[in-house]
Design a protein around this ligand. Structure first.
Ligand code: ADP
Ligand code: MG
Length: 260
């Protein structure tokens, strides 16, 4: 299998007036084509920093990141980034919000329009294409953000807690929809979440980060019986609770180390 993302010996330092802070150190991680991985770990362990580095928004202090074989030095359409907040433009319609990435790369023709409408239709949003963001629920807005991210056909999707601002029922529904959408299109994705059950239910593999400095503590393969089920059903699969307790144990051990 080919690797879509190759991260080698990556470190990141934040520098400000109070000094230098080592946020990530010696990160090594490969993500295969079509793989869905989750990054979990305590608040402040560098999850968002790692996604920002992969997206090219931040420059690493050391190490390299390759996406589809090319080193990342700045933001590129190869990397799609979806955040907890949807950042839709209130003055643009849903269609115009969904197509903004394509507009930025100069694609405004009929084929582009049909493609965006097809994605909106897949997400159950075709009927609201002419509406404005404030007329939609939080879950619908996140679906628009997903369409906008998918429209430019990135090689990798980065998802930073995209479900965490939603109510529980909407979150579970959207998890299934995202899983179906990404799997059926063979998309590669990295999800950041603070919800261990979400990480298990959605992922092929889970990377646990530890803080101060941010490092990979361990990587866990999700067993096939859980992996092959949709997220909602996966929560009832054999082995789900065992895996939850194993991951919870890592968090508890880190908590003790932190001394708080
Ligand atoms: P996570 O997403 O896992 O909660 P972050 O990647 O946001 O963690 O942050 C990792 C660490 O880097 C934290 O300790 C945070 O305080 C620090 N950090 C994040 N952004 C900055 C910044 N712009 N300047 C200085 N420190 C930062
Ligand atoms: Mg974060």
């Amino acid at each position: 299998m080919s690797n879509v993302v190759e991260i080698d010996n990556l470190s990141h330092v934040y520098v400000n007036e109070r000094g230098a802070f080592l946020a990530l150190e010696h990160i090594r991680l490969n993500v295969e084509q079509g793989e869905f991985i989750s990054l979990i770990g305590p608040s402040g362990c560098g999850k968002t920093t790692l996604l920002s580095l992969i997206s090219g928004l931040l420059k690493p202090a050391a190490g390299t990141i390759r996406v589809s074989g090319e080193e990342i030095h700045q933001p590129t359409p190869k990397v799609g980034y979806m955040l907890q907040q949807d950042y839709l433009f209130p003055w643009r319609t849903i269609y115009d919000n969904a197509s903004i990435g394509l507009e930025l790369v100069g694609k405004r023709d009929e084929a582009a329009r049909k493609w965006v409408m097809e994605l909106l239709d897949d997400m159950g949003l075709a009927d609201v294409a002419d509406r404005y963001p404030h007329q939609l629920s939080g879950g619908m807005r996140q679906r628009v953000a997903l369409v906008r991210t998918l429209a430019v056909e990135p090689d990798i999707l980065l998802l930073d807690e995209p479900f965490s601002a939603l109510d529980y029922q909407t979150k579970l529904q959207l998890e299934d929809l995202v899983a179906i959408t990404l799997k059926s299109r063979g998309k590669t994705a990295i999800l950041v979440t603070h919800d261990i059950t979400e990480a298990i239910a959605m992922s092929d593999r889970i990377v646990v980060l530890q803080p101060y400095p941010g490092r990979v503590l361990t990587t866990v393969d999700v067993p096939a019986g859980i992996r092959d089920a949709l997220p909602l059903k996966a929560r009832e699969a054999d082995g789900f609770h065992d895996l939850f307790h194993r991951l919870w144990g890592y968090f508890e051990a880190m908590d003790t180390k932190g001394g708080s």
